[in-house]
Design a protein around this ligand. Structure first.
Ligand SMILES: Cc1cc2nc3c(=O)[nH]c(=O)nc-3n(C[C@H](O)[C@H](O)[C@H](O)COP(=O)(O)OP(=O)(O)OC[C@H]3O[C@@H](n4cnc5c(N)ncnc54)[C@H](O)[C@@H]3O)c2cc1C
Ligand code: SF4
Length: 331
């Protein structure tokens, strides 16, 4: 048993200062990841700083026509916002398809972006795991890896990034707003997530004590025609085996604008740039969609049990793009 001190703060400066001053401290938001990992000794902070009272749960209009979602806004509150559903349906759908209603009532946007991987070896303190204990090895490489990644992997880690929301945000080029000991900054979401490479313990560029204050959704007309499709083992609640976030517009039967990202198959929320390149200006047909999916997955690397994900991702991409094209046709 390890003692943990707990404090509840009501201003951003105190929250940052308290965590930054103690390397063994951590922010506590909804607690749906944090408390889970404390219980199984995967995370062992000696101090928890509860940030639920910080005034960071608003949804605000940005001067350029975008929307700022507060870092402490609850997943369920954001999913119920008409402005988000109308202008960024892919965000609403990704939130609604993530976790269970109870978890969404507690889970915050900042916490969702920083949730940890669901690899069973990461959660088992007896198992070698480079992410939890750098240099010990990766048990999943030759282990039970059905849920693991086929894109963005390294010989050090093949864990899949678990967030649905992050996949939608990557497709939209959202920006993560932070405030920390070194001041405030905006980090493009694609740069926010790091590939595992040889340092899988480093998942993002935040410094200790740096707080996610918000997420900026850019003004993006194509985002109004977007959606999120998620394939999982059970419908009630489960992490993605494969998912697709897509925003697309079609003019004269050709793809005028396309934004595409994949979840459930990669070590970070995966912007499908190779597929976008194939689709840009191409006829909005199943043939184009299939070529695009194949281009994106050409570099996929299977690891035994997860080989099926390559075909699953391909089919999910074609399905999502076909559904978007049909919707555009009838609009
Ligand atoms: C059974 C189960 C099923 C789930 N299924 C899904 C799913 O299908 N899809 C999905 O996307 N998610 C899923 N989740 C994950 C869930 O969405 C996250 O646990 C939740 O969003 C985390 O938010 P939180 O506020 O509870 O974070 P916390 O648990 O409080 O914090 C998580 C981490 O983020 C840090 N943190 C929190 N807020 C901030 C901030 N503002 N700035 C800096 N650091 C911060 C904390 O210090 C901690 O390290 C599931 C979780 C469970 C338990
Ligand atoms: S896949 Fe990553 S998280 Fe899982 S055991 Fe290997 S190093 Fe650890």
């Amino acid at each position: 048993m390890r003692p943990i001190s707990y404090s509840r703060v009501s201003d951003v400066g105190t929250a940052i200062g308290t965590v930054a001053a103690d390397p063994e401290s951590a922010f506590l938001a909804g607690g749906t990841t944090q408390v889970d990992l404390l219980r199984i000794y995967v995370e062992q902070p000696r101090r928890l700083v509860d940030i639920n009272d910080l005034p960071l749960n608003q949804i605000e209009e940005l001067p350029d026509g975008g929307l700022r979602l507060g870092g402490l806004a609850r997943m369920s509150d954001v999913a119920e916002q008409p402005a988000v559903a109308r202008r960024y349906p892919v965000v609403t759908e990704a939130l609604v398809l993530g976790a269970s209603p109870q978890l969404r009532h507690m889970g915050t946007l900042g916490g969702n972006l920083l949730q940890r991987v669901r690899c069973s070896y990461f959660r088992d303190t007896e198992a070698p795991c480079n992410k939890r204990a750098p240099g010990t090895g990766c048990s999943a490489l030759d282990g039970v890896n059905r849920g693991h990644a086929v894109l963005g992997t390294s010989d050090c880690c093949i864990a899949t990034h678990p967030s649905d929301l992050a996949v939608a945000l990557v497709a939209l080029d959202a920006v993560v707003r932070t405030e920390g000991p070194g001041g405030s900054r905006g980090i493009p979401i694609d740069d926010f997530y790091l590939l595992p490479g040889q340092t899988p313990e480093r998942e993002h560029p935040l410094s200790h004590g740096e707080l996610i204050t918000g997420i900026d959704l850019p003004a993006l007309p194509v985002a109004a025609t977007s959606r999120y499709i998620k394939i999982r083992d059970r419908e009630s609640y489960e992490f993605a085996l494969a998912s697709v976030a897509v925003a697309m517009s079609v003019a004269g039967g050709r793809i005028a604008e396309i934004r595409l990202a994949l979840g459930g198959v990669a070590t970070k929320p995966w912007r499908a740039r190779a597929a976008e390149q194939v689709l840009d200006g191409a006829p909005a047909t199943v043939e184009s969609f299939t070529r695009a999916a194949e281009a994106e997955l050409a570099g996929a690397v299977p690891h035994g049990m997860n080989a099926f994900k390559i075909e699953l991702a391909r089919r999910t991409m074609v399905r999502a793009l076909t559904a978007m094209a049909q919707r555009e046709e009838t609009a």
